[in-house]
Design a protein around this ligand. Structure first.
Ligand SMILES: NC(=O)c1ccc[n+]([C@@H]2O[C@H](COP(=O)([O-])OP(=O)(O)OC[C@H]3O[C@@H](n4cnc5c(N)ncnc54)[C@H](OP(=O)(O)O)[C@@H]3O)[C@@H](O)[C@H]2O)c1
Length: 259
């Protein structure tokens, strides 16, 4: 019996991915900080979809968190065949408006933890006849975003990391997919402290639902796609990010975040 391990699965896109996997009769292991939400999510999923669901409440930015998760899987004899590196957040506004500790914490969650979990779980993933790593990047991975500068850079890292790892693992049983959602209706803007009216208005106009994003992400992962950009509007945005001069793109992004 194998499991999908999903970080940031207590709510938002991570929870929706867990549901999509459970719908396909895959057992799920949910990781996030809030035990109560995780318990509810695990109970709900196992009841509704008839799969095994367990959870571990852990702050992934704590020292040794990735190893703690791997040890927990080992103790419980959970063989992981799907790793979803989803937990992440942004910090909007001026770079200097946050402490260095704030930036470090976000970079730890958005970049270091996915690398650590991929590294630590890879030997186990390689033992499965077919296994998957899904890394949640963002539309912001495709261009610099003044006003979300470190966040966008962390997601560009995730995209590049995923592509490189995907190539390196081509001859193995492990498939790697980077998923880039655009604006999605979750708690993301609150945690990112997005208060610009223009950003809020744009999100209202283009927001996708987490369930829709998760379905595209899981379909793309099983189709062994290297990159998935969710939805037509986001695909168009990625195309323009490739086409247009960077100065124009950056000016337009900065105006969204009132910079
Ligand atoms: N929503 C969007 O518009 C959007 C667009 C592009 C990309 N994304 C990406 O999608 C991913 C999921 O975000 P979301 O929109 O679903 O946001 P969300 O609703 O805020 O969910 C974030 C998840 O991560 C968990 N989490 C946060 N900090 C954590 C920590 N230190 N340790 C363990 N778990 C932690 C949260 O649970 P707890 O609070 O219980 O820990 C929650 O389960 C992120 O990587 C984000 O960058 C989102």
């Amino acid at each position: 019996m194998t499991y999908a391990l999903i970080t940031g699965a207590s709510k938002g896109i991570g929870y929706a991915i867990a549901e999509q996997l459970a719908k396909r009769k895959i057992n799920v292991l949910l990781v996030a900080r809030t035990a109560e939400l995780l318990r509810e999510a695990a109970n709900g999923i196992s009841k509704q979809y008839g799969v095994q669901a367990d959870y571990l409440a852990v702050d992934l930015t704590a020292t040794g968190a990735a190893q703690q998760i791997v040890d927990w899987c080992h103790e419980k004899q959970y063989a992981v065949s799907i790793l979803v590196n989803n937990a992440g957040y942004g910090l909007s506004g001026a770079f200097e408006g946050y402490s260095l500790a704030d930036h470090h914490n976000m970079m730890q969650l958005n970049m270091h933890v996915p690398v650590e979990l991929s590294y630590l779980l890879l030997p186990q993933l390689k033992k499965q006849p077919q296994s998957y790593i899904m890394n949640i990047a963002s539309g912001a991975a495709y261009q610099s975003v003044p006003g979300l500068t470190v966040y966008a850079a962390s997601k560009a890292f995730m995209l590049s990391f995923s592509r490189g790892l995907s190539y390196e693992l081509k001859q193995t049983s492990v498939s790697v997919t980077a998923v880039s959602p655009g604006a999605t209706e979750t708690d993301f803007p609150n945690r990112a402290k997005v208060d610009s009216p223009k950003a809020k208005k744009m999100a209202e106009r283009f927001n996708m639902q987490p369930g829709e994003v998760a379905r595209m992400a899981v379909d793309g992962m099983f189709a062994k796609k290297t990159e998935v950009v969710t939805g037509f509007v986001n695909k168009l945005a990625v195309f323009f990010a490739w086409l247009l001069p960077k100065s124009i793109l950056e000016k337009s992004a900065a105006s969204i975040y009132d910079l």
